[in-house]
Write a protein that binds this ligand. Structure first.
Ligand code: PGA
Length: 264
C-alpha cells in the first residue's frame, strides 16, 4: 500500500458559504492535480453540501469538523455521521479546541470515532499534550490515554480507515502557537506508531497515516514533512489563505519528489 501525503485544511468557524465557495475557486485555480497528494478541506458544516457539488473531486475531498455519535434521534442542534455519509470523506475528531472549549471527554471521542467508522467516514483523530502536561513530563502518558481510549472499539480492519494527527496544544495558533521542534514531533510520532503496533500489529503501524498540526504555514511545511514518520499536515490558520495553502500543497509535492524524478 502506498501512502498518499495528506494535507488537510481546517477552516474552523470561519467563512460563510459564499466566502467558502470563493476560497475553493481560488484554490482550484492554484493547486494542480498531484496523484500522490490528497488535499482535504474542512469547511463549516453549512458549507459541506454546496462545496460537495462545487469541488473537483479528483483534486479535493471534504472533511467535517465534528458530528454527534448517535445516528439519529432527539438531539437538538446536532448533526450525525449518518447525515454526512455522502458529503464528507473524513471527519476531524478530538481536536483540542473541542476537548477544551466543549469539554469532550476521552469516551465521547471514542464514541465519535466508532460512529464515523460505522458510517464509512474516516476519522482524523487529533491527539496531543498541553504545555502543562509536557512540562510535567506527561506527554507519553497523555498520548497513550488519548489513543488507546479513542481506538478501543475498533477492529484491526477498521483501524485502516483512521488517520492520526499529532497536534501539541501549545503549538496550535489559538493556544499559543509555539513552534514545535522536529525532534519533539519525531518522538511523539514514534510513540503513536508503537501504540498502534502493540494493539494492531506491525503492518497497521506502518500503514496508518500520521499528520503533524500546529502553526504550519507555507514556509515551514516542507521542513515538517521531512521529519521521519510524518505523512501529512493538518493546517488551521494558513489554510484560510489561498497563497499559503496552495504553497503548502506544492511544498508537499516538492518534498515527495526531491530525491527522484517528478512523477506528477
Ligand atoms: P493552526 O491550527 O495551524 O492555526 O495552529 C492547527 C489546528 O488547529 O489543526
Amino acid at each position: 500500500m502506498t501512502k498518499r501525503t495528506l494535507i488537510v485544511g481546517n477552516w474552523k468557524m470561519h467563512l460563510n458559504t459564499h466566502e467558502a465557495s470563493l476560497l475553493v475557486k481560488r484554490l482550484d485555480d492554484r493547486i494542480s492535480l498531484h496523484r500522490d497528494i490528497e488535499v482535504v478541506l474542512a469547511p463549516s458544516m453549512l458549507s459541506l453540501q454546496p462545496l460537495s457539488v462545487q469541488i473537483d473531486r479528483r483534486k479535493f475531498r471534504l472533511a467535517a469538523q465534528n458530528a454527534f455519535y448517535k445516528d439519529e434521534g432527539a438531539f437538538t442542534g446536532e448533526v450525525s455521521f449518518t447525515m454526512l455519509r455522502d458529503l464528507a470523506h473524513y471527519v476531524i475528531i478530538g481536536h483540542s479546541e473541542r476537548r477544551i472549549h466543549f469539554h469532550e471527554s476521552l469516551e465521547t471521542i471514542r464514541d465519535k470515532v466508532q460512529a464515523a467508522v460505522r458510517n464509512e467516514i474516516s476519522p482524523i483523530l487529533c491527539v496531543g499534550e498541553s504545555q502543562h502536561e509536557r512540562s510535567a513530563g506527561e506527554t507519553k502518558r497523555v498520548i497513550h490515554d488519548q489513543i488507546n481510549t479513542a481506538l478501543s472499539n475498533l477492529t484491526p480492519e477498521e483501524i485502516e480507515q483512521v488517520v492520526i494527527a499529532y497536534e501539541p496544544v501549545w503549538a496550535i495558533s489559538g493556544f499559543g502557537g509555539k513552534l514545535a521542534k522536529p525532534d519533539e514531533i519525531e518522538k511523539a510520532i514514534r510513540v503513536i506508531r508503537s501504540l498502534i503496533k502493540s494493539s494492531y500489529g506491525e503492518s497497521a503501524a506502518k500503514n496508518i497515516r500520521i499528520l503533524y498540526g500546529g502553526s504550519v504555514d507555507d514556509h515551514i511545511a516542507g521542513g515538517y514533512l521531512s521529519i521521519e514518520g510524518v505523512d501529512g499536515l493538518l493546517v488551521g490558520n494558513a489554510s484560510l489563505n489561498y497563497h499559503k495553502f496552495s504553497g503548502i500543497v506544492e511544498s508537499a509535492h516538492r518534498q515527495l519528489h526531491k530525491d527522484g524524478p517528478d512523477h506528477g
